[in-house]
Design a protein around this ligand. Structure first.
Ligand SMILES: [Zn+2]
Length: 56
């Protein structure tokens, strides 16, 4: 399951269940491990239909 640190500009992520596709227009600028976008212990991940998005 991708986190915001994995997702780079112009990459496309697809949901294998419903076919949703997301394109990264601007990537996360915080390259530190404790990026403020995941306040809990879990990294901020992106999923759809209960599964992680796959890089296309
Ligand atoms: Zn989906």
């Amino acid at each position: 399951m991708p986190t915001c640190h994995d997702m780079k500009k112009d990459e496309i992520y697809v949901c294998n269940k419903c076919g949703l596709e997301l394109k990264v227009v601007h990537e996360c600028e915080d390259t530190s491990e404790d990026c403020g976008c995941h306040p809990s212990a879990d990294p901020c991940t992106f999923s759809c239909c209960g599964e992680g998005l796959q890089r296309k």
